[in-house]
Design a binder for this molecule. Structure first.
Ligand SMILES: N[C@@H](CCC[C@H](N)C(=O)O)C(=O)O
Length: 299
């Protein structure tokens, strides 16, 4: 009898949006919803907001996990096969790409500081500005940002109106002008978020943002944000959400470009919006490595 395969993993986070990074270059692991939600469970699993499978785009297509190569993704690119904590698949994860790039660089799977990470939303060029085995500073070109008009959400016991933003995955970014930082922190996001199903047939991530403040230091504006993620719940950061929020907030003051530093519960990132696209820059931390027990992942 052949032994069941083992899978190495690393636990990491980007501004405390945390992930189990599973090394599976040849796509041998059956990454079912059940397995992903067990891995992400903070009591019976490792605990995380999501799973990042590290696989080659070629192997994912050959295994039928991907139907085709997304735009800008070549067969030899490393592909971030992202899953939310509830096991659902999402198109993109901005914090995940930084952690994924850090993992590729520090394990030697790539030997350059500039390369493309594959995602279901397309290829995402990254630049690793600095990197050691546990800490990195990474920029991600997040691609086109599309603003699709206004919509409402029921969240934290109130109805908020925001901007629908597509960053490869769907967002509703709500800038609440009168909200103080303390009031933002006191909102109860445990009761979920109900978005308009006609506007968001596949659900959405919801960001709540304070008004932009002018800044003289490195960035043009600053703001504070919290986020309720589709397929996860409240997280301490969301990279695509930060891009959506920065773009919506700039749009709200009549600008289509700018550099915005946004503080979330898990840290701070910088979003540069220009020419209808955005770059996300922020930290990545790799915390621990281990091996999934085959008996556990099979059962
Ligand atoms: N945390 C991520 C976004 C992950 C996907 C999201 N929950 C969705 O379902 O679209 C990020 O950093 O962008």
């Amino acid at each position: 009898m052949t032994a069941a395969p083992t899978f190495a993993f690393v636990k990491g986070h980007g501004t405390q949006n945390d992930f189990v990074v599973v090394d599976d270059p040849d796509v041998r692991l059956d990454l079912t919803e059940r397995l992903v939600s067990a891995l992400c469970d903070r009591q019976r699993g490792i605990g995380a907001d999501g799973v990042l499978r590290v696989a080659s785009a070629r192997a994912l297509v050959a295994a039928g996990v991907l139907g085709e190569f997304p735009d800008g993704v070549g067969p030899d690119d490393w592909f971030m096969d992202y899953r939310n904590a509830d096991g659902s698949i999402a198109e993109m994860c901005g914090n995940g790409v930084r952690v994924f790039a850090h993992y590729l660089r520090t394990t030697g799977l790539v030997d350059s500081d500039s390369f493309t990470v594959g995602s279901r939303a397309g290829g995402r060029p990254v630049v690793v500005h600095s990197c050691d085995p546990s800490a990195a500073d990474v920029s991600v070109a997040m691609g086109r940002v599309r603003l699709d008009g206004r919509s409402d959400v029921q969240i934290a016991g109130r109805t908020l109106t925001g901007e629908r933003v597509d960053v490869g995955n769907p967002h509703l970014a709500c800038v609440v002008d009168e909200l103080s930082v303390d009031e933002l922190g006191a909102l109860d996001l445990t009761t979920g978020a109900v978005v308009d199903a006609a506007a968001f047939p596949h659900g959405a991530n919801v960001e709540i943002l304070t008004a932009l403040q002018r800044s003289d230091h490195d960035v043009d504006f600053t703001a504070h944000m919290r986020v309720f993620e589709r397929g996860v719940g409240e997280t301490r950061s969301c990279g695509t959400g930060l891009v959506a929020a920065a773009s919506a907030a700039l749009h709200g003051i009549g600008r289509d470009h700018g550099v915005v530093g946004i503080a979330v519960p898990g840290g701070t990132v910088v979003v540069t919006v220009a020419d209808g696209a955005a770059v996300l820059r922020g930290p990545s931390r790799l915390v621990a490595r281990g091996e999934l027990l085959p008996e556990w992942s099979a059962g």
